[in-house]
Design a protein around this ligand. Structure first.
Ligand code: F6P
Ligand code: MN
Length: 345
């Protein structure tokens, strides 16, 4: 991009005609500012006393590291300075009310993928913003279509902010010299059919039939019914996988599987799947559980999990097609039925 567009100037311009525009801009700016401090802390790691030590278990049963707690405090502190009615964080059991009269509610995963930190692999912050309803807490139980903005920050070789706002997805990179985010890609569009998939293949024996059938067809490539030979990636860091999809397409799958605790998948609806689904759709991609559009799903509990299949529109359509007409009760069967359903029609 030739023109120098800072996050601040972009926000000023793009929220002019948005409902709650100045409030949405203030929340995004608060999160972006906090993410610059968090990027410093992550880059320093052990030099700044971050040891990766486990300091407890979060409300959803995940091991919590010292950096998870620090990231949560930094994001909460930043949101406390913005017009926020309530915050639901991965690190707290229930939404916390900040200022009941404020116009926005925020769901946040302060540090996604922190299991990767000691390996110097990209981690991130994911956020979802929605207008607060009359009953603040029930705002979080509305479908993902209620979101007015969402995005994520990737702390990697670069600190990258992906922002879905006003129907557009734009990418910013932190200029460390001036501590400001600068736009590097405007109106990102996801390639509709990149032959690349991402899944934790070690869980294959636990997958349900439709997912196994899809991946088997990808692996068979041009030797099977598929029109292309597929490549595979698995980083184990949702933010990094999502950025890769925006840049070069592909399909990411974290499906439900037969393991205890994974019947509804692994990822959380409110601060992982909903915001990623908004980013995907506004960039021309899709996000589904296999059977339902993620943005139409509503949470029943704050930390509800959901199967997440997202990315290039044609790829996600192929996964949904193989689920079609298969009753969920038969998902678990190893039936050759799935093998006979040609995928890439
Ligand atoms: O927040 C959950 C997370 O760390 C994601 O970033 C990532 O996609 C996933 O877990 C990896 O899960 P697994 O370790 O089961 O492959
Ligand atoms: Mn996470």
């Amino acid at each position: 991009m030739d023109e120098r567009v800072t996050l601040r100037s972009h926000l000023d311009r793009s929220v002019q005609d948005t409902p709650n525009g100045p409030a949405v801009a203030a929340v995004i700016e608060a999160l972006a500012t906090a993410s610059i401090g968090l990027a410093d802390l992550i880059a320093d790691g052990p030099l700044a006393g971050i040891t990766g030590r486990h300091s407890g278990i979060n409300p959803d049963g995940d091991l919590q590291k010292d950096i998870d707690v620090a990231a949560d405090e930094m994001m909460r502190h930043a949101l406390g300075t913005a017009p926020v009615a309530a915050v639901l964080s991965e690190e707290a059991e229930l939404p916390e009310v900040f200022d009941a009269a404020a116009p926005l509610c925020v769901a946040i995963d302060p540090l996604d993928g922190s299991a990767n930190l000691e390996n110097n692999i990209s981690v991130g912050t994911i956020f979802s913003i929605r207008p607060s309803g009359h009953d603040i807490v029930s705002t979080f139980f509305e479908p993902g279509t209620a979101q007015c903005a969402a995005g994520f920050v990737v702390y990697g070789p670069q600190t990258t902010l992906v922002l879905a706002l006003n129907g557009s997805v734009d990418i910013f990179i932190l200029d460390r010299r001036v501590r400001e985010f600068l736009m590097t890609a405007r109106g990102v569009r996801i390639a509709p059919d990149t032959p690349e998939f991402a899944i934790n293949a070690s869980n294959r024996r636990h997958w349900h039939g439709p997912v196994r059938a899809y991946i088997d067809e990808c692996l068979a490539g041009t030797n099977g019914n598929g029109g292309a030979d597929f490549n595979m990636r698995w980083i184990g860091s949702l933010v990094a996988e999502s950025l890769r999809i925006l840049v070069r397409g592909g399909v990411f799958l974290y499906p439900a599987d037969a393991r205890p605790g994974y019947r509804e998948g692994r990822l959380r609806l409110l601060y992982e799947a909903h915001p990623m689904a908004l980013v995907m759709e506004w960039a021309g991609g899709s996000a589904t559980t296999g059977r339902r559009r993620i943005l139409e799903m509503s949470a029943r509990t704050p930390h509800q999990r959901v199967p997440l299949i997202m990315g290039s529109a044609y790829g996600v359509r192929d996964v949904a097609a193989i689920h079609e007409g298969i009753e969920p009760m038969f998902d678990n069967s190893d039936a050759p039925l799935f093998a006979r359903r040609g995928l890439f029609r």
